[in-house]
Ligand binder design. Structure first.
Ligand SMILES: NC(=O)c1ccc[n+]([C@@H]2O[C@H](COP(=O)([O-])OP(=O)(O)OC[C@H]3O[C@@H](n4cnc5c(N)ncnc54)[C@H](OP(=O)(O)O)[C@@H]3O)[C@@H](O)[C@H]2O)c1
Length: 345
């Protein structure tokens, strides 16, 4: 079958009014991603509203089964149930779907792609390509070049996840509940399960009563194995929500098969794509969400020997990344840039 060339693609964004949807547009602009025509899709609530794309006013349409006629690339960020229902319809209509939800990530015939790690998998797509979970992306971008040189056999990470990971409404809940708290007013939360201002709580995904793991943690474990193509990697993970507006952080400790030094990790990471080292011990300056916000790179610092492993196989570090960008929209646009259909031209 001839591969069609889509260098000036008709692009549909499903979930255009959301936190990730806005970043799709900003990222396409920033990277000069060529677009023949943009279809802006959201729920019936947003139908008829307008947005401006490259100087043109575009009317937002309700996402329906008929939305994908003539669409070349469909970027989905409208939740798993929407993806599960509409992505196959979009793929059947001839679009390549790049999906930010968890709906298809673990399906065997769906590539789960971080371009810095496994771009080659993009070519194997059968209509749908999945963007990994944002916590998985944040950890795996810096860990992959280390893993390639000295296999990581055990990984322990704890997340500090921002409001933006739960969408635009959660960001507003953080701002408004903080205002209310400072003013001594009561606040009726509607998005997150616990008071958000000045608080930290277990990630707001379902918790498995048997294992005690929340879904975010399970995603990180499963997706790490799929992306690294390494079923033996042992992953321990704790995911919590912190009252930060944007950009996730993680404390990561990993144990390699062979001994590894702090200096070796620095050398590897200084050449790693998508990674920026921020590690100033004199000034006590390390990765922070405030610096990661709006940045494409995963910031990595506090690189040090894990003193709990005297054998010298383990390193600890602290990372921060804008999960609306590298954890979602940027990763998706990077995939779109690498589609074989575009490379044909
Ligand atoms: N936020 C992140 O950092 C992040 C990272 C990775 C992946 N993701 C995934 O990306 C998706 C969206 O996340 P978000 O943070 O952007 O959420 P959000 O800010 O809450 O936005 C949700 C978007 O989905 C649309 N939508 C909801 N129900 C719909 C329906 N029935 N039909 C069509 N559109 C519908 C909304 O449209 P209306 O405005 O019309 O309601 C809105 O545009 C989720 O699957 C999430 O897991 C998010």
């Amino acid at each position: 079958m001839e591969t069609k060339v889509i260098n000036d693609p008709v692009v549909a964004i499903a979930g255009v009014t959301g936190a990730v949807g806005a970043e799709f547009i900003a990222t396409m602009d920033k990277r000069g991603f060529r677009v023949g025509k943009l279809k802006a899709l959201a729920s019936a609530r947003s139908a008829g509203k307008r947005l401006t794309f490259r100087g043109q006013e575009i009317v937002i349409e309700e996402l329906t089964e008929g939305s994908f006629a003539g669409v070349d690339i469909a970027l989905f960020s409208a939740g798993s149930s929407v993806s599960r229902r509409f992505s196959p319809i979009a793929a059947k209509a001839g679009a390549v779907v790049i999906d930010n939800s968890s709906a298809f990530r673990m399906e065997a015939d769906v590539p789960l792609v971080i371009p810095e790690v496994n771009a080659r998998r993009i070519r194997e797509h059968k209509g749908i390509i999945a963007v990994p979970n944002c916590s998985a992306i944040t950890a795996l971008v810096p860990l992959w070049p280390i893993h390639r040189q000295n296999r990581i056999k055990r990984l322990i990470l704890s997340t500090y996840q921002a409001a933006s990971g739960a969408g635009a409404a959660a960001m507003e809940e953080l701002v408004e509940s903080t205002r209310a708290s400072l003013a001594g007013r009561a606040y009726q939360r509607t998005v997150l399960p616990h008071p958000y201002a000045f608080n930290v709580f277990n990630h707001d995904t379902r918790i498995d009563p048997e294992t005690g793991y929340n879904e975010e943690e399970t995603k990180v474990i499963k997706e790490t194995r799929k992306i690294f193509e390494d079923d033996r990697i042992a992953v321990g993970v704790t995911c919590v929500r912190v009252p930060v507006l944007r950009a996730h952080c993680q404390a990561i400790t990993f144990e390699c098969e062979k001994p590894i030094t702090e200096q070796e990790v620095r050398t590897i990471l200084s050449e790693a794509p998508g990674v920026k080292i921020i590690d100033d011990r004199v000034k006590n300056y390390f990765p922070m969400p405030i610096d990661a916000s709006g940045q494409d790179d995963v910031l990595v610092g506090r690189i040090r020997k894990d003193l709990s492993d005297p054998s010298g196989h383990s390193i600890s570090m602290f990372v921060a990344a804008d999960q609306l960008l590298k954890g979602a929209a940027l990763n998706a646009i990077q995939i779109a840039e690498l589609l074989p259909e575009r490379a044909m031209a």
